[in-house]
Design a protein around this ligand. Structure first.
Ligand SMILES: Cc1cc2nc3c(=O)[nH]c(=O)nc-3n(C[C@H](O)[C@H](O)[C@H](O)COP(=O)(O)OP(=O)(O)OC[C@H]3O[C@@H](n4cnc5c(N)ncnc54)[C@H](O)[C@@H]3O)c2cc1C
Ligand code: SF4
Length: 352
């Protein structure tokens, strides 16, 4: 079947705000749980990111939201196999490479996949776990122990990539930092510590081996303005009949409209194209391996000169005033996934 595109967001306001885009994932997960199925998705476990089996609606919240860390699958594939062999419905959500890996595993082991629903997402790339652990250490070294994080807090907005980094530390402090000033997000989107496999990702493209692909519908306001209220809208790509049935099952709980794959790609190149390595990543790892502080390294490496700032500002103005599509990538060239862009870290507020 040819992939169909939709724009959509959940009508459950609170749940939608806890998700990174339109809150489509929790609705699908709930549908699977309500028929006695189980969900395998990436959760926080003592702030480590790993896939877990979820079997009740109450436990869904920790799986919501984008975690910019490569999730640890542990023995998830074996657990999925076991559930399917017992005739249990399974929803697996993961990065496109994880989904493809699971499919291959089940095919090799000749496991019946009739009761398996697989959802992947548009994937910029996965930051290494080493960097995430170093970030937590960096805060610890400043006397601040991280106890909660939301890497995509939408209370500051969503449409222009205006989301924020929300963190809570054991001293009771809550800090909400615009993502453009949050050190870990700056390093993530500038590809300082994206895993090397992501630069030649074999799982790009509109057609996928999954049933549904979800992502941020960046730019939805320009061709479907009624679908953008600045609280997050999902791009939903349906690839299979199972995907259609699932979409039909949640339709009453969402606001939706037919979308355009071409329009979506314009603002979300990560759907079809790998992101590019930041040449400074070699220096990043060298310094990190020698024991330097992560926040300091990010701060040093992403500093841009005044001249670069002026050039970037001019490029931005030409693009937006002239309506011409220009490549906004910079000296830290990345593929534009809608929210990646040049970072000005000269004014970065480092949590001290
Ligand atoms: C590393 C990463 C890169 C991304 N890059 C892009 C991009 O370039 N363009 C784009 O449009 N969208 C991207 N997304 C997806 C997007 O941010 C939303 O996660 C997606 O649109 C789903 O949103 P939602 O509101 O429906 O549900 P949410 O509640 O936000 O659901 C998130 C789902 O993603 C899973 N998940 C979260 N983090 C991970 C992880 N580290 N590994 C595996 N699974 C995880 C959760 O388990 C959950 O099932 C990325 C997500 C991640 C984690
Ligand atoms: S970019 Fe490709 S290889 Fe990297 S995490 Fe995403 S799907 Fe996997």
């Amino acid at each position: 079947m040819i992939t169909k595109a939709y724009a959509g967001y959940s009508l459950r306001e609170k749940e939608r705000m806890n998700s990174s885009s339109g809150g489509i994932y929790p609705l699908i997960a709930e549908t699977v749980l309500s028929i006695g199925g189980v969900v395998f998705a990436a959760c926080y476990d003592a702030l480590n990111v790993m896939h877990k089996k979820i079997d009740s609606i109450e436990d869904l919240s920790s799986s919501q939201g984008s975690k910019y860390v490569a999730s640890d699958l542990k023995d998830t594939m074996r657990q999925v196999e076991q559930c399917l062999k017992e005739g249990v419905y399974v929803l697996f959500v993961g990065m496109p490479c994880q989904c493809a890996g699971l499919k291959s595993y089940l095919e090799i082991r000749k496991v019946d996949q009739a009761k398996l629903l697989i959802i992947d997402f548009i994937c910029h790339g996965a930051p290494s776990r080493m960097a995430w652990n170093a970030y937590k250490k960096s805060l610890n070294d400043r006397g601040r122990e991280l106890i909660f994080v939301n890497m995509r807090d939408k209370t500051t907005g969503w449409s222009n990539g205006d989301y924020a980094w929300y963190e809570k530390t054991s001293d009771g402090k809550v800090i909400v930092t615009p993502r453009r000033k949050a050190p870990y997000m700056q390093g993530t989107l500038a590809n300082l510590y994206t895993r090397p496999s992501c630069f030649e990702c074999a799982f790009k493209g509109v057609e996928r081996c999954t049933d549904i692909t979800i992502g941020d519908y960046w730019g939805v306001g320009s061709h479907l303005p009624e679908m953008d209220d600045n609280k997050g809208t999902s791009l939903i790509l349906i690839h299979t009949d199972k995907g259609i049935q699932t979409f039909n099952a949640i339709k009453e709980s969402i606001r939706w409209a037919e979308g355009s794959i071409d329009e979506a790609i314009k603002k979300n190149l990560c759907l079809v194209q790998s992101t590019t390595r930041n040449e400074k990543s070699y220096e990043f790892y060298k310094r990190l391996n020698s024991g330097e502080d992560l926040i300091q390294i990010i701060n040093d490496l992403l500093k841009v000169s005044m001249m670069s700032k002026i050039k970037n500002k001019m490029k931005y103005l030409i693009t937006h005033m002239g309506g011409v599509e220009l490549d906004l990538t910079s000296s830290f060239s990345t593929v534009d996934c809608g929210s990646c862009e040049q970072y000005n870290t000269d004014s970065m507020e480092v949590a001290a």
